[in-house]
Each structure stands twice: as C-alpha cells, then as structure tokens.
Ligand binder design. Structure first.
Ligand code: GUN
Length: 288
C-alpha cells in the first residue's frame, strides 16, 4: 500500500504557483487576490477558511477574509457580493458554506460573478465543466484529479465508483472523471444514500477506484473493496475525542489498497491547492 500524500502534492503545486506569482510581481503586476466571506460561527468553516488564507500567503497571493454575523440578511450579503464582483482588485471570491438557514444558498452562489467563482459552484461554471469546456472546476473534485495525476494513477478505462452525490464533490468528480478531458475517460458509477446496499456492494467490490464523500466515519469497510483498489477518502469527520477521521475504516481497508489517501493530509490539502490554481487562472484571465 502506498499513501497518496496530499500535503506533499499540494506543497509542490503551491510552490509552482508562488514561482509564477513572483515572476508577475517582477514584471510590476499586482498579486492575485482571493476574498473569502465567512458568515456566522461554524467551527469546521473557521478551520477551512484559516487554511485558505494561510495558503494564500504561501502562494504569494493577497488573501482577504470578510466576516459577517449570522444575523446578516440575504439582501445585505447579496449587496456585498455585488461590490466584490465590481472590485477590479479581487480575482476570486468564495462564500464559505454552509450558510445560516435564513439565507438561500443558491441565491448567493448565483450572485457571484462566474469569472470570480473560484469554487466552480455557479451554474455557468458547473455547466461549462459538465460540457467539457474551460471552467473553474469545483476545488475538491479538481484537487482529487490533480492528486491522481501527481502520482500517475491511471484513470483512463478504469471503473470508478463514487459514493455520495453532493454538488460540491460527488457530482463534479463523477463528471470530471467520465469526461474526455485531461484526467478522465473513466467509466464512472455514481452511488448515493438511496442506492440499495446490495447494489452498492456489487459496484464497490469491482471498482478500480473508490471515491467516498458521505461524512460518515468508517463507512467504507474492508469487505467492500477488492485487492489492489485505489481509495480516495474525502471525509473530514471530528470524533468525540477530537480525532479527525475520514469516511474509510483506514486501518483495515488500507491492507487491500494499492493506493489510499490519509485523513488528515489527503484530499483536504488538495482542495485548498486546487483553489489556488483556480485563483491564479482567474487572475491570468484578466490579462487574456
Ligand atoms: N464548505 C465545504 N466545502 C466547501 C467548499 O469547497 N467551498 C465552499 N465555499 N464552502 C465549502
């Protein structure tokens, strides 16, 4: 078994970006700039946002965190987004999810200018990504592709089973891996909470690559996978004792794997690196 080291891969990608940014600065250009909006207090979001801003520093970007109380009205948040959309010095805008219940998440996503939507959640980007056109690709899914590419894991012609159909991970990774587009050309089965157990087992047991994003510790067990499988664990779950674990019973499943991502240090690090790639792309698009 070999580890798909997301930390190592992310550091290498961010170092490449930092070199490019240094070159732009030498030519007298401003730094790429990412703005992150955080509404309310949500411990996991606090930690994700912190790592995004820290990664901006490492990449040589300007990173701005805008905090709003969870009492902010949807209309006020929409106004703030419109201001940032119009601001020539911000290249990428993220609104950290989840949002308080009184704010309609889709209204907020739709309000972000597609050319600043580095999360790739806007219907324009999601549609373009689905069609195999140039787009900002959702960062976790894109990060998984980059990790597979970094370790030269073959995807073409392989059978990938994705567990979880979220708009953030499951759906986009299914589309990206099945597209005829850089890392793709896999045969993908997208399973979800309503997939009957027997059908799920039939699929995962013959999968070459299993990608799980369900938010349930230990969901993927040893009996669900075949020898030599590649396992990508997207879960980040905090147990009562404070320990962070993924969606895979790592200790037992790893015995059967050719490759597996650790948690932490796997996909989580790649999400942030992919956001940096998207931000650099948004920045470069200004000059195209
Ligand atoms: N919450 C959990 N993951 C994400 C993400 O990738 N982007 C945003 N904006 N919020 C999230």
């Amino acid at each position: 078994m070999k580890l798909l080291d997301g930390k190592k891969c992310a550091e290498s990608l961010v170092a490449d970006i930092a070199r490019k940014v240094a070159g732009y600065e030498e030519s007298g250009l401003r730094k790429p700039h990412m703005t992150v909006i955080l509404v309310g207090e949500h411990a996991p979001s606090e930690s994700y946002v912190k790592s995004k801003i820290k990664s901006c520093e490492k990449a040589g970007f300007e990173g701005t965190l805008l905090r709003f109380p969870d009492t902010i009205r949807e209309a006020e948040l929409l106004e703030k987004i419109a201001e940032i959309n119009a601001d020539q010095t911000t290249d990428g805008l993220i609104v950290q999810l989840p949002l308080p219940r009184h704010i309609n998440q889709q209204h907020i996503i739709n309000a972000i200018a597609p050319e600043k939507d580095i999360d790739g959640f806007h219907p324009t980007n999601f549609g373009r990504m689905t069609l195999g056109q140039k787009a900002f690709r959702p960062a976790t899914a894109y990060g998984i592709c980059k990790l597979l590419q970094f370790y030269e894991i073959p995807v073409w012609g392989k059978h990938c089973v994705v567990i979880g159909r979220s708009n953030i991970v499951g759906k986009p990774i299914s589309i990206m891996l099945s597209n005829d587009f850089d890392i793709g050309n896999a045969t993908v089965t997208l399973t979800h909470i309503e997939t009957p157990r027997e059908l799920l087992l039939d699929e995962t047991r013959r999968a070459d690559i299993v990608i799980v994003a369900v938010g349930i510790p230990g969901f993927v067990t040893e009996d669900m996978v075949k020898e030599g499988v590649v396992v990508i664990d997207v879960g980040i779950n905090r147990l009562e004792d404070g320990k962070i674990v993924g969606d895979v019973d790592f200790e037992n499943v790893q015995k059967k794997c050719s490759w597996i991502t650790p948690v932490p240090g796997g996909v989580g690090r790649m999400t942030v690196a992919a956001l940096m790639i998207n931000t650099l792309m948004a920045y470069q698009n200004n000059f195209d």
